[in-house]
Design a protein around this ligand. Structure first.
Ligand code: ATP
Length: 809
């Protein structure tokens, strides 16, 4: 099969990762990989010299009889490209292959190397008027048939995917017309009677239904949060107000998540206009309250498509005028515009497109005339295939609901996380003087950080504190973990005191690894002395351990018969049963940033292999996902370990790989090794082995990322996740506190379900009692017994053809 990929509509970060993944997956499956430049426009234009392009011979399709058959296809395709395609930026000419007048181009394995790090789309995108016309689509079909292609991957927004579906539905008629006009032969008509199409959603707005994330949306959110963090410091210095306009014509996802992660004061999104009429009063009242308690800065976020309940647009300039005139604030407008589209893709925009691109090729190989066109998405942390037009129809339904002013329906059509994020925003930004709960239901909630710092710990604390204040609870911060508790190092936190914590890395409360078993009786006494009604521990494996100890301690100490929760926060992501802990996204991004720089240095010296050591304890999550996100060629994890046979194969692989590089165009390569993957084959030993064995082919160096992985500023995902999970924790302790209060027998007995860990399973939140979690934990190695990401290591190696090349001499 010949598989072609095009990118269409507005560009987004991650599109290059899609192209790379589709090209590699196609080649791995024995198919030819083709790219279409400039979206549908390229399809319509085709190749002026189609004959020349199909007869174009790979530089070395010669004779690889010395290699196993499985390797041959890869080698042909490796040699097909020279890694220089489109690299000159003009897209007109590349070494050995002219692209002038050629829009549909066969590519090789190495043509897409290093594409991960680039924003936008290297194969070009366009909005094509011609493709909207039957004549344009007839030309497009002709051009594809001329090249022998009838399998197409389209990466773009809902418009592009609609175009794809129209094209597929019309295809049989287009083929008949081409045959009738004599443009194609009977044999061609027969061979290409069916067009296989699959769509991937490239859109920064995250506006497509039936997928949790669109390609490019996480990176755009990164750009917005970077801007907010910068604006915050100047806003605070001058005590200014800023109105920030972000993209999102029909979808408020970017504005909402940026509002949550950036700690905004007020926001406007298309799906949920302010209910108060007039909204100007509601906004001014909220901001006035914030200023009254001493807040020096104000941030209002406006989505491009924001409107009031009568569908009148709400413009940033108008919001500014209101803030200036009514509140007397020195207000500025910042419109982020296209900066949101650009820049290096974040980790998620490398991992998801890679997995989705591979799935797209699978879908094409399985397609037949009866199957619908599929859209590849991600739902509940799984890569999914859904009928493309169903997703497009549902997406349009949101716009229709908004047009009909049915905002309730519009919110329903978004996923539950969207609604929860909005509730989270309201809870953490509002400052109401009226406390919601009667005095009898108010609690003293202790909050503690444990273990190593992780991005999002402070954001989670901020959300909990603000929730407590809104309900009338007392949020008690325990400093320096159980040591601090024993030293009475704790105090109440205020609404304003935690205001800037959203973007702060590290641990504002201070953290350590001391477990309550250090003196359980004394810990119980402190619980009693300070009258805790609930405890929230934010941390990694230690916090889980501590919860287990406290729960067991209930046998002896009544003070522990209160709701107690653990919110997993650790860069190692080693807490059992949860897919993500706070901090894991931040550290993946820190790793990506560091590895991009290392790879650049490695490539500068042409033939260097960098062995990069990561943290992670006995859990290989960060190493494995990091390897996928940076395109490393090998990854060593504690779960799999390292042995001599493995190293031999890896050396063989590296030698074969470097031998196949076009002379003078070798690139640096990365090997990721978890710090404790082996006690014998250390990073130093492996580096030396590679150096020795590499001879003239390649050189080797090592780098240790160490504590840099804890990341400076927490990622937007970690911040938003922190808010969502923290508020769920608060609801949990409230609910169980009320149930305990209903017990008439004294002393009250808290059941095992009241000491629980909040987890993310299949993308949804699930509570697991700590007793149950112990069953799923490998306590010796401090990780879960099973890992959802276990198969990713093989995938990393597939994407560098290690299985094929590792067998070569
Ligand atoms: P973005 O989210 O950035 O707007 P999009 O994919 O929705 O991306 P559009 O401009 O709507 O962007 O569509 C991109 C291209 O897809 C159009 O220029 C056109 O060539 C093609 N296209 C869109 N809708 C159709 C359609 N109904 N029939 C044929 N082609 C279409």
């Amino acid at each position: 099969m010949k598989i072609a990929i095009l990118t269409s509509g507005g560009d987004s970060a991650g599109m290059n990762a899609v192209v790379r993944s589709v090209v590699k997956a196609a080649i791995l499956k024995g198919c030819e990989a083709w790219i279409v430049r400039e979206g549908y426009e390229g399809l319509v234009r085709g190749n002026v010299d189609a004959e020349a392009s199909s007869s174009y011979a790979p530089p070395s399709s010669a004779n690889h009889s010395e290699f196993p058959v499985a390797a041959n296809n890869i080698i042909d395709n490796l040699r097909f490209g020279d890694g220089e395609l489109l690299k000159d930026g003009t897209g007109d000419y590349t070494a050995g292959r002219t692209l002038k007048g050629r829009y549909i181009v066969r590519v090789g394995w190495d043509d897409v190397r290093g594409w991960f790090t680039e924003g936008g789309t290297l194969i070009g995108t366009a909005r094509s008027k011609e493709f909207r016309t039957p004549e344009g689509r007839l030309a497009a079909a002709h051009n594809l048939v001329k090249e022998g292609i009838d399998a197409l991957v389209v990466c773009g927004g809902d418009g592009s995917l609609t175009g794809a579906d129209v094209f597929r539905a019309e295809w049989p008629q287009l083929i008949t017309d081409l045959r009738t006009n004599g443009k194609i032969t009977e044999a061609q008509a027969k061979m290409h009677s069916h067009l296989k199409i699959v769509g991937l959603v490239g859109s920064i707005d995250n506006d497509m239904s039936m997928t949790d994330l669109t390609i490019g949306a996480p990176t755009a959110l990164h750009r917005i949060c970077e801007a907010i963090d910068n604006i915050n410091s100047t806003a605070s210095s001058h005590s200014r107000a800023f109105v920030l306009e972000v993209m999102g014509r029909h979808c408020g996802w970017l504005a909402l998540l940026a509002g949550v992660a950036g700690g905004a004061d007020f926001l406007f999104i298309p799906e949920q206009p302010p209910k108060g009429k007039p909204w100007e009063d509601e906004m001014c009242a909220a901001i006035h309250q914030h200023r009254e308690v001493g807040k020096r800065k104000t941030l209002v976020i406006v989505a491009e498509g924001a409107q009031d309940i009568d569908l009148n647009p709400i413009r940033a300039e108008y919001v500014k005028d209101i803030l200036t005139e009514r509140l007397g604030l020195d207000t500025r407008v910042t419109t982020l515009g296209h900066t949101q589209r650009g820049g290096r893709p974040c980790a998620m925009d490398r991992i998801l497109p890679t997995l989705q691109g591979m799935k797209a090729v699978e879908a094409l190989l399985a397609a037949n005339p009866e199957t619908p066109s599929y859209m590849i998405g991600v739902q509940e942390n799984k890569i999914t295939m859904v009928p493309l037009m169903e997703a497009v129809a549902m997406t349009k339904a949101v716009t229709t609901a908004i047009e009909k002013k049915d905002f309730e329906e519009a919110m329903k059509l978004r996923d539950p996380e969207f609604r929860e994020s909005l509730e989270g925003f309201v809870t953490t930004s509002a400052l109401s003087k009226e406390k919601k709960l009667p005095v009898s239901k108010r609690m003293r909630i202790a909050i503690m950080h444990m273990g190593a710092p992780a991005g999002g710990m402070n954001a989670a604390t901020r959300a909990a504190v603000r929730y407590c204040i809104s309900q009338g609870h007392t949020p008690l911060a325990i400093h320096s973990g159980f040591r601090g508790l024993l030293d009475d190092d704790l105090g109440e936190l205020s609404w304003l005191g935690v205001d800037s914590w959203m973007a702060r890395g590290g641990s504002e409360l201070g953290t350590n690894r001391t477990l309550p078993s250090v003196d359980l009786g004394a810990v119980a006494a402190k619980f009693q002395q300070h009258s805790f009604h609930a405890l929230m521990m934010i941390g990694g494996f230690e916090a889980f351990n501590a919860l287990q100890i406290l729960e067991e301690g209930r046998k002896h100490y009544p003070a522990f018969h209160i709701p107690m929760v653990h919110l997993p926060a650790t860069i190692s992501n080693n807490v059992p049963m949860t897919e993500y802990s706070l901090g894991s996204d931040t550290s993946l991004n820190a790793l990506v940033e560091a590895c991009d720089a290392i790879k650049q240095s490695a490539s500068a010296s042409r033939n260097r292999v960098f062995v990069v050591e990561t943290q992670g304890g006995k859990c290989g999550y960060i190493a494995t996902m990091g390897a996928l996100a940076v395109g490393a060629c090998l990854v060593y994890t504690p779960e799999v370990g390292i042995n001599l046979d493995m190293l031999k194969r890896d050396v063989r692989f590296l030698k074969a790989r470097y031998k196949l590089d076009v002379k003078g165009k070798s690139e640096g390569r990365l090997v990721i090794r978890n710090e404790v993957a082996s006690s014998v084959y250390t990073t130093e030993v492996i580096t030396k082995i590679f150096k020795e064995e590499g001879g003239k082919l390649f050189d080797s160096r090592s780098a240790s990322l160490g504590h840099t992985l804890q990341g400076g500023i927490p990622s937007p995902t970690d911040r938003a996740r922190a808010v969502r999970l923290s508020l769920k924790c608060m609801a949990f302790v409230e609910r169980h506190h009320q149930l305990l209060q209903q017990q008439t027998d004294k002393p009250r007995v808290a059941g095992p379900e009241t000491a629980a860990v909040i987890t993310i399973q299949s993308g949804s939140i699930a509570w697991v009692p700590v007793q149950e979690m112990v069953q799923h934990a490998d306590m010796v190695n401090r990780r879960g017994k099973t890992e959802w990401w276990a198969g990713i290591k093989d995938l990393v190696e597939d994407l560098v053809a290690r299985p094929q090349l590792g067998g070569l001499q």
